[in-house]
Design a protein around this ligand. Structure first.
Ligand SMILES: Nc1ncnc2c1ncn2[C@@H]1O[C@H](COP(=O)(O)OP(=O)(O)OP(=O)(O)O)[C@@H](O)[C@H]1O
Ligand SMILES: [Mg+2]
Length: 325
């Protein structure tokens, strides 16, 4: 069985085929560097060990291991996070092959050629054995393939473009902005740009800062505030204090503007594209402004209902043919 893993810095996204049907799963990266006491015996343990180091999944931990840095891509906690996602995906533990991702800057050199040493490093990193509370994890990873971030997300759109057309794929994740300008039918890469400092974490960190004088919250909790910012009553319930709430809402708005400007500055480096696609968890925060500012007609602008899964679904389509097949 082959499982597609977009192992982003804030969330692991999985996609696989089950009897021809495409399934997906998402698992947040929130691990602390020690084991937790499991009070509920009916729950799967989330205490892991890798190369003598212990980690446990803890969604509320304010001391969660920082995963929003490039070196996370090859870290012990990344391998643990992949196993954790697999163990909670509903897939029966078994021997599997995986396809994982690296940010564009790690994957491609300045001539747009794969950086083989990084790809090998990533493969070796993912193959490390993870044990679950003293036992083997249950998933044994055999073959590992590595794909670049952003590019595979455009697979379907690129397949349908005319020969002279090209697509700008803008992937805004938790930490990184990956932009690639790809020619139709994936016939070539015109240009790419990766900024590991532009991501939704600009907003996440500001929410944490704003709240720091009242309380400490985890990145995962701050992310939930961003995601649910427009849900009626959601923020009121989490932040009953009106003053605190206003500060959080203002922080989200201000940093969202900053994020949009930073993304637009990067897009300014590109020219000649005929279509744009916006993917990644941050797509919903920026898509409207990007379309407006680039003057790309609506019919040539793509953003899906669930942009966080576009990359992993594109990886699956690229390797296995269309999702119906
Ligand atoms: N509907 C939404 N509106 C706003 N932000 C969202 C939404 N859904 C997810 N996010 C944000 O998107 C981020 C996660 O996106 P994604 O899963 O694409 O990142 P990642 O792949 O883990 O990170 P990276 O690609 O930078 O390594 C989180 O910071 C989360 O707060
Ligand atoms: Mg990502």
């Amino acid at each position: 069985m082959r499982i597609y893993v977009d192992d982003g810095s804030t969330n692991i996204k999985l996609a696989w085929k089950d009897n021809g049907e495409v399934k997906t799963f998402i698992s947040p990266n929130s691990f602390k560097p020690e084991w937790s006491l499991n009070l509920f015996s009916d729950q799967i343990s989330a205490n892991y060990e890798i190369e003598g180091e212990k980690f446990s999944f803890d969604p509320g931990s304010v001391d969660a291991v920082v995963t929003t840095e490039t070196r996370y891509q090859y870290s012990l906690v990344n391998t643990v996070a992949i196993h954790h996602a697999l163990l909670h995906s509903g897939i029966k533990p078994q021997d599997i092959d995986v396809v994982v991702t690296l940010p564009l800057s790690e994957y491609l050199d300045s001539d747009f050629q794969p950086k083989t040493e990084n790809i090998t490093r990533k493969k070796n990193s993912v193959k490390r054995i993870v044990s679950l509370q003293g036992n083997k994890s249950g998933f044994s990873i055999g073959k590992v393939s590595v794909l670049p971030e952003s590019i595979p997300a455009g697979f379907n759109v690129l397949t349908g473009l005319e020969d002279d057309d090209s697509l700008l794929i803008v992937d805004l994740g938790g930490t990184t902005l990956d932009v690639s300008h790809v020619r139709s039918k994936m016939s070539g890469i015109t240009n790419t740009w990766c900024d590991p400092k532009i991501g939704v974490s600009i907003i996440t960190n500001d929410i944490k800062n704003v709240l720091a004088s009242y309380t400490r919250i985890s990145s995962l909790q701050a992310d939930k505030m961003i995601i649910n910012r427009d849900e009626n009553g959601w923020l009121e319930h989490r932040l009953p204090d009106a003053e605190m709430r206003t500060q959080v809402i203002n922080a989200i708005e201000a940093k969202k503007k900053l994020l949009v400007n930073r993304v637009l500055n990067v897009i300014d480096r590109f020219n000649g594209y005929t279509h744009i696609m916006c993917v990644g968890g941050g797509a919903k925060l920026i898509a409207e402004d990007i379309q407006k500012n680039t003057n790309i007609p609506a019919a040539r602008f793509y953003t899906s209902d669930n942009p966080q899964f576009d990359l992993v679904l594109g990886m699956l389509e690229m390797k296995e043919g269309s999702s119906n097949g």
